[in-house]
Design a binder for this molecule. Sequence first.
Ligand code: COA
Length: 256
Amino acid sequence: MYTTLFTTIENNILTITINRPEKLNALNQQVMEELGQAMDEAENDSQVRSIIITGAGEKAFVAGADIKEFLAVSEGEKLAKKGQDIFFKIENASKPVVAAVNGFALGGGCELAMACHFRLASENAKFGQPEVNLGLIPGYGGTQRLTQLIGKGRAMELLLTGNMLDASTALQYGLVNYVVPANELIARTIALLDVINKKAPIAVRECIKAVNAVYDPGKNGFEEEAKSFGITFKTEDMKEGATAFLEKRKAEFKGK
Ligand code: COA
């Protein structure tokens, strides 16, 4: 049971809703710990094929790390590393994790959305890394993932000005894949995940791994891709997929 998250599993999709709407879903340490736990549980739950992360209420996805906790922190580096580790769990999850950004995604909220595999946004969503206004920099991967996603010049501008991006600019920058009316956001996210959930789970997992290898300086992405290709080639699902194609029928994947 979580105190800061609300979770549901429906049609193999786990929805994690960060549930502190009165504080615009700010990430305090409790939320961060529960997010980590929820990701661990999702990994181990065979019922879960994919994950949506969203925020409670109509105003915010997540308006940042909880600023109230900052003044009591003595070791900033430790806090950042702990948060980064939790976000690595999301980025390296073996199941797709999609952010449904339903409002402000600022600071840690923007970083959380960027740790997900891809993002959909509602028309009222706003993105930004306003840490510079607090005399800080992002600590949960924001300087790295923002630069990876939108390029150096645009990332520098956002990080140095602390300005917010509206949803249509975020779309133009490639920060989000779709912008949809707020009342369609979850349905559109589910519709995409329903497509993915019909694919072979091992192929989905290996795709995520190989794409993530692009951003891991310790890995050769092409070697990782070949390894992953080899893994998928040995699966029963690959035999089923190829046979189904030749027999002109739909494949029934089993995740084996
Ligand atoms: N940490 C802690 N509390 C936060 C928060 C955060 N990151 N963001 C919002 N809240 C709280 C506010 O303190 C307020 O609480 P209160 O009602 O007890 O005073 C409540 O959430 C509502 O926020 P409020 O600022 O009144 O809403 P608004 O519509 O006027 O402004 C924002 C919305 C998002 C522009 C504004 O809340 C904001 O700038 N938040 C901080 C963003 C930020 O700097 N994030 C990076 C942190 S590293």
